[in-house]
Ligand binder design. Structure first.
Ligand code: ZN
Ligand code: ZN
Length: 137
């Protein structure tokens, strides 16, 4: 077989020498298809990353909307607290844990004016489920 392969290679070389135009054409087509492949791969990559980014953004938007729809009572409770404070029915209190300026936390949104006053940090801790839950009733 090596003889045959040698022979084939030689034959190809001669053929190329005899047909430079066809070789050029062939190379051109080969390059074009290679470029095409590269282009397609790049395009695929771009699609993948860009689409991911797009969906992340739309997903956030959708979540925010869903959250508002899911907890309309939360928005309502917050609004009622603001109104009550502006009327003087409710007074802003310091954080029950540390005494820093507090804002209203609702243990129960169906009772919008029953609030626990918490500073930003302790409010965040509570919502993150850290250790405080038992103390706040
Ligand atoms: Zn809260
Ligand atoms: Zn606090």
């Amino acid at each position: 077989m090596p003889r045959n392969r040698e022979h084939g290679r030689e034959y190809l070389r001669q053929w190329r020498a005899r047909n430079p135009r066809r070789v050029a054409e062939y190379n051109k087509r080969l390059n074009a298809s290679r470029l095409n492949d590269e282009y397609r791969a790049a395009r695929r990559e771009w699609d993948r990353t860009t689409r991911k980014r797009e969906t992340a953004r739309t997903r956030d938007r959708r979540h925010a909307r869903k959250y508002r729809q899911k907890y309309p009572e939360k928005e309502r409770a917050k609004r009622q607290v603001r109104t009550a404070i502006s009327r003087g029915d409710l007074k802003r209190q310091p954080c029950v844990f540390c005494g820093k300026p507090g804002h209203a936390h609702h243990p129960d949104y169906s009772k919008p004016l029953e609030v626990v006053w918490l500073c930003r940090q302790h409010h965040a801790d509570l919502h993150n489920g850290r250790a405080l839950k038992a103390k706040v009733k």
